[in-house]
Design a binder for this molecule. Structure first.
Ligand code: GLA
Length: 385
């Protein structure tokens, strides 16, 4: 599709900049980001692209190619949600967060195009937020750091859209690098870009094509249970601000004070943080056996302790684990549908693809989608003229 031509047809003007931001999959470290913990995502080739040009007035006009719809708002009034075009709330949220920070951008025309499947757990919303943040930065010549853009995008989602997500998705969408996995400390925001050994392993993404309907409410409930765990354990162990601070021995000695579900959630988070750190070493050593165990343990823990998997995700993981050359597999993202990933020995990905395409429809009646992705580059802006 010729996006520039489409832009001119719709806005009767030529675009001046192109911003892009990728979706992501998380290799390991699930539901740890909002517990001040550790994660290890990669950016993927699926991305959101925004073409934009400035306007002389204070109007923002958006057009989504995917939805075939337009939505516009004025920067002179408080920005509100658009109930008829909810897709535009992510862009609206970003503009609103700029204004809240005392940065007053000029009006703009924006064409939004993307191939990140919506509702598949590949962070299409973070990619839209990040691409919008980048486009506004580019159009207005703003001097903002990556961290500024990440926090602004996360605030758009938390405060404007109303989804209380952690920082992982916006962070990787901005900071991801081609060929690298990102090991992030979600408290200090220190990170390490670790070369992903693409000559040895491939990441295969398997989409259940089950939409994550329950995510919002269940997600916030899990967050609440983790906070409850911190509150109760904090009465017994000193200096705990988040589950990140709880040592496994302290947890084991004091877990009797926790209601059952809270205990299960805490156990997942505490052990998952340890798994991420162990995975860093295993990946660097190309230790397939260790990587596999960590991935599989992560999935079991999300299924049995955090209770965010679903039948379709478990089926995908089981299918993958029976294929020769699969190092490990797990659900990725918030859960309740969406995608599972498998780390596969290079050259074996076709065997996995064949197995999934044959067995998954037999067991679920759903045709899955499979994407093979090497770690991709994070967000960027390009001048078009
Ligand atoms: C969603 C959220 C992230 C993270 C994951 C679970 O993707 O947006 O912040 O919490 O779920 O790991």
């Amino acid at each position: 599709m010729n996006l520039e031509k489409t832009f001119i047809e719709i806005f009767k003007n030529a675009p001046e900049i192109k911003a892009r931001a990728p979706g992501r999959v998380n290799l390991i470290g699930e539901h740890t980001d909002y517990n001040d913990g550790f994660v290890m995502p990669i950016a993927i080739h699926h991305e959101i692209v925004i073409l934009a040009c400035p306007r002389r007035d204070r109007l923002v006009r958006l057009h989504s190619v995917g939805f075939g719809q337009s939505s516009s708002f004025s920067l002179d009034k408080p920005i509100e949600k658009d109930p008829v075009h909810p897709w535009s709330n992510y862009e609206r949220g970003v503009f609103s967060e700029y204004l809240k920070r005392g940065i007053v951008p000029g009006g703009a025309d924006m064409l939004i195009y993307g191939n990140v499947p919506v509702g598949a757990g590949l962070s299409s919303s973070a990619a839209v937020e990040m691409a919008t943040s980048q486009a506004v930065k580019g159009l207005n010549g703003l001097d903002l750091s990556g961290i500024d853009m990440i926090k602004l995008s996360q605030d758009a989602e938390n405060k404007f859209v109303g989804m209380n997500c952690g920082i992982m998705d916006q962070f990787i969408s901005c900071m991801g690098e081609k060929g690298k996995a990102l090991f992030l400390d979600c408290r200090s925001l220190e990170y390490e870009l670790i070369p992903f050994p693409s000559d040895t392993y491939t990441v295969v993404i398997m989409n259940t094509r089950v939409k994550r309907e329950l995510t919002g409410t269940e997600y916030n409930e899990r967050r609440g249970q983790c906070e409850e765990g911190v509150r109760l354990l904090g009465r017994k162990v000193r200096g705990i601000q988040a589950l990140r601070d709880v040592e496994i021995n302290d947890f084991n000695m004091n877990k009797a004070v926790l209601p059952e579900k809270v205990r299960m959630r805490c156990e997942h988070v505490i052990k998952e943080n340890a798994r991420v750190k162990a995975f860093v070493g295993a990946l660097k050593d190309r230790d397939s056996e260790r990587m596999g165990l960590l991935l599989t343990d992560s999935h079991k823990s999300l299924r049995d302790l955090y209770e965010v998997s679903c039948r379709e995700l478990d089926i995908l993981v089981d299918i993958a684990m029976a294929v020769k050359g699969v190092v490990g597999a797990r659900m990725t993202g918030a859960g309740f549908g969406g995608c599972a990933i498998a780390v596969v020995e290079k050259g074996r990905e076709k065997d996995l693809e064949e197995a999934v395409l044959k067995i998954y429809p037999e067991q679920t009646g759903i045709i899955p989608e499979i994407y093979i992705s090497e770690p991709a580059q994070g967000a960027g802006i390009e001048k078009l003229k």
